[in-house]
Design a binder for this molecule. Structure first.
Ligand code: SF4
Length: 483
């Protein structure tokens, strides 16, 4: 199978980079027996998550159940897959996972690592973009918890190639509007597309390759999707992750796309499954082996996966009086901290995930927005956004206050700010407590705060250092006033 080089961060050591390449190429070159083993365990976990009948039957009659569902998994390994307590007790006795299950776990870890490959680093990107993104990620640790935040890829860019989505899920976490238009692959549009990708590459570096070509859209709504993906790969060096909720719309088309994707190296795609009937059809159409690099997002109502409470799902809960803000639920499905394009409108928004609430019901903040006609316009627009929205340090005229979700408390030698997920302490400086109280009031600019402390003999550099520490930890309010 032909594979092209997958780009990794230039600041990885050569040895690390070789390891990463080796690891991914290994998962692309599995022996037939390994491929069957991993893909059938994967399918087992999907049945288990999606289907209550399967969950029930596997406990009562494991041998008959795996036979009925055509799963090639040795009988003695099945309990490891569904009985967490059993697996824990075995491990407590020093009994490791059976080798095939360990191999499946290693495979899952490898593809998760691939999806997150640019999450914490953006080499060769604009430093303003990188530090803004770092601050947003720091904010989200406290806002939605480190655990939930770790599941967000924070892709630096994504592109809608249509307007709206034809699927119309009742729970859509980003409230996709009705499908209404397509960005077709005409010579003019193709040229603009390639130029836009070049601009994005200039700003985001190779991490822009972690972008993808859908948002409140379904990629398969665009009949030219594959052509756009080919350009994406040629310019950004990666096949963008493709998630569709229409896996049965045109299986031949999907099969051909997956084959093309495989020919370019490791990539991981996803099917959103909206009902058990669709799951049944997908499993009848695609063998476990064919879907080894396709994750299933099991959205059917019987699934044990909880739906995020954002967008239409949040609206529904609020209308029914069922919304409980204290429930620990996934409160956003947004996974971009960067630029969201709509190529039909030629528009771009600067966005970052947040907990969905009345102000940001779709689970992401919009920091800025604009439109462009040409790549040169776009370059000017993005430069303007970065200049205005992404300062590298605190601006002297910025009014400083804490984020609205933070609770401030004084300590003997400083202060702490906390949410129900995270507490950050700022202490060990005689003036830290006073500084916290001033920011809590929220009526002074950075310049005024510095001047006030200067009068007390505190050097400007010292106070600036403390303020920038808070800025970089994402505790200062930067919430846009308008979306
Ligand atoms: S969840 Fe996805 S497929 Fe469903 S309406 Fe929203 S964008 Fe479309």
């Amino acid at each position: 199978m032909a594979t092209s080089t997958i780009q990794f961060a230039p600041n990885l050591t050569q040895a690390q980079e070789n390891d990463e390449h080796e690891m991914l190429h290994r998962w692309m070159r599995l022996e037939a027996e390994e491929l069957t083993s991993i893909s059938h365990i994967k399918r087992f976990t999907e049945y288990y998550e999606a289907d209550p009948e399967f969950r029930n039957n596997i406990v009562i009659s494991p041998a008959q159940t795996v036979a009925k569902y055509n799963l090639k998994i040795p009988l003695e390994e099945i309990r490891w897959l569904w009985d967490k307590e059993f697996a824990k007790s075995q491990q407590a006795q020093g009994i490791p996972f059976p080798p095939s299950i360990q191999r499946f776990i290693d495979y899952e870890n490898a593809h998760n690592q691939w999806v997150d490959r640019w999450r914490s680093q953006m080499p060769d990107s604009d430093p303003r973009f990188q530090s803004w993104r770092d601050r947003q990620m720091a904010r989200l640790d406290g806002e939605i918890s480190k655990l939930m935040n770790a599941q967000i890829a924070h892709s630096p860019v994504c592109f809608e190639l249509s307007k709206g989505c034809s699927v119309g899920c009742w729970f859509c976490g980003i409230s996709a509007p009705r499908f209404s238009d397509i960005f077709t692959y005409t010579p003019e549009n193709a040229q603009l597309w390639r130029e836009v990708l070049e601009v994005v590459k200039e700003i985001g570096g190779p991490a822009a390759g972690a972008g993808f070509c859908y948002w409140a859209t379904d990629p398969l709504d665009n009949p030219d999707y594959e052509n756009f993906v080919k350009d994406f790969h040629a310019i950004l060096g990666a096949i963008p992750q493709t998630t569709t909720a229409q896996p049965m719309k045109d299986p031949a088309r999907l099969r051909s796309f997956l084959k093309f994707s495989d020919s370019k190296g490791f990539a991981y795609h996803r099917f959103s499954i909206l009902s058990l009937k669709i799951l049944e059809n997908v499993f009848a159409e695609f063998s476990p082996e064919e879907l080894i690099r396709v994750g299933l997002v099991l959205q059917n109502k019987e699934s044990i996966m909880n739906k995020a409470v954002a967008g239409r799902s949040l609206e529904k809960q609020q209308k029914a009086g069922e919304f409980d803000d204290n429930k620990p639920v996934q409160s956003t499905i947004a996974c971009v901290t960067g630029f969201l394009f709509n190529m039909v409108e030629r528009s771009v928004k600067l966005i970052s995930p947040c907990k969905a609430d009345d102000r940001w019901p779709n689970g992401y903040r919009v920091y800025d927005r604009g439109t462009f006609e040409t790549a040169s316009d776009l370059r000017v627009l993005l430069e303007r956004m970065m200049t205005q929205q992404m300062p590298l340090g605190i601006r002297s005229d910025a009014l400083l206050r804490f984020r609205r979700d933070l609770k401030h408390e004084n300590l003997d030698d400083g202060f702490k700010v906390s949410t129900r997920f995270l507490t950050l302490k700022f202490r060990h400086h005689p003036l830290m407590k006073e500084l916290g109280e001033i920011i809590l009031k929220g009526d002074k600019t950075a310049k005024e705060i510095v001047a006030q402390f200067e009068q007390l003999g505190v050097p400007t550099a010292e106070i600036n250092y403390s303020l920038n520490l808070m800025f970089n930890r994402g505790i200062l309010d930067d919430e846009p006033q308008q979306g």
